[in-house]
Design a protein around this ligand. Structure first.
Ligand SMILES: [Fe+2]
Length: 280
């Protein structure tokens, strides 16, 4: 029997981010995001901390390689693949150093690659560093309606909340593949790409520890501290040296079966405490 993404309990495990200078970007993440660097080859680096892995590879700055999603076991992965067969989602085999055999990839309507697999045992042990596992990814897109239709109907993600303009057009759509408020979301923008990626520090005190760590590295907060309306999470944002936005989050809402809520597109929705960065 098939399982949709939430039933299969899928979470975000790693990301590949492109850069003209992947080594320099990897050094930034090593220092600022408290990760260890491994050189995979001359143009590819792996940064890892507890629950977080980012691959930096050569390419255009601020472009996205792929998102690596994981299922807890092979049975769930196979039953999720069956779901994708029923929705007629095109699936291609995908091989990675992190996944056991049987992993696969899809392309969303903006051509973003999302990969699904089960981890090899040795890829889940890294413990050194400040707590904040990689938790969600958000895209920027010219067409959030298309994003919603694809992730909900083809990939079986659950829509948890939407931000709607007063014209009725979607400004943001939050979707999840497990009990967390969102694992992949999308913001309306004039161009397609990544909006930000986020690490879940769990509690307020860990955000303080991260902010002191950023300060030691002479990195200023670009937004926050604040609290988002959708997801109700506490947040701070910084920018990496390529201009990618990084979020440290805490207290993200747990969602089990509640219907999606529509939020008005206004400053208070994006930040219940103060100023917002309005995307469109
Ligand atoms: Fe976020």
């Amino acid at each position: 029997m098939s399982l949709d993404a939430v039933q299969a309990n899928i979470s975000l495990h790693h990301l590949e981010v492109k850069s003209r200078e992947p080594q320099r970007l990897a050094e930034f993440y090593s220092n600022v995001m408290d990760m260890k660097i491994t050189r995979l080859n001359n143009q590819k680096f792996l940064c890892e901390g507890p629950g977080r892995k980012i691959i930096m590879s050569i390419g255009k700055n601020k472009t996205f390689g792929y998102a690596g999603m994981v299922c807890k076991n092979e049975e769930n992965l196979e039953r999720y693949r069956e779901f994708l067969r029923i929705t007629k989602c095109e699936v291609n085999d995908f091989v990675s150093e992190f996944y056991q055999s049987g992993s696969f990839a899809i392309r969303d309507p903006d051509n973003n690659m999302i990969c699904f697999g089960v981890l090899k045992k040795e890829n889940d042990f890294f413990t050194q560093g400040i707590h904040a596992p990689l938790q969600h990814l958000t895209f920027a897109s010219k067409d959030v309606e298309k994003f919603q239709n694809f992730y909900q109907r083809k990939l079986g993600f659950q829509v948890t909340d939407r931000v709607v303009k007063n014209t009725g057009e979607l400004a943001t759509c939050f979707t999840t593949s497990n009990h967390e408020h969102h694992t992949i979301a999308c913001f309306k923008s004039s161009q397609n790409g990544m909006d930000h990626h986020s690490y879940e520090a769990g509690e307020w005190n860990n955000i303080k520890i991260w902010c002191d760590h950023f300060s030691k590295n002479n990195v200023k907060l670009m937004w926050g501290p604040g609290r988002h309306g959708p997801g109700n999470n506490l947040f701070v944002f910084i920018e990496d040296i390529d201009g990618n936005w990084i979020e440290i989050s805490a207290e993200l809402e747990t969602v089990v079966g509640r219907p999606p809520q529509n939020w008005p597109q206004e400053e208070r929705t994006l930040n219940l405490w103060g100023k917002a960065i309005m995307r469109s």
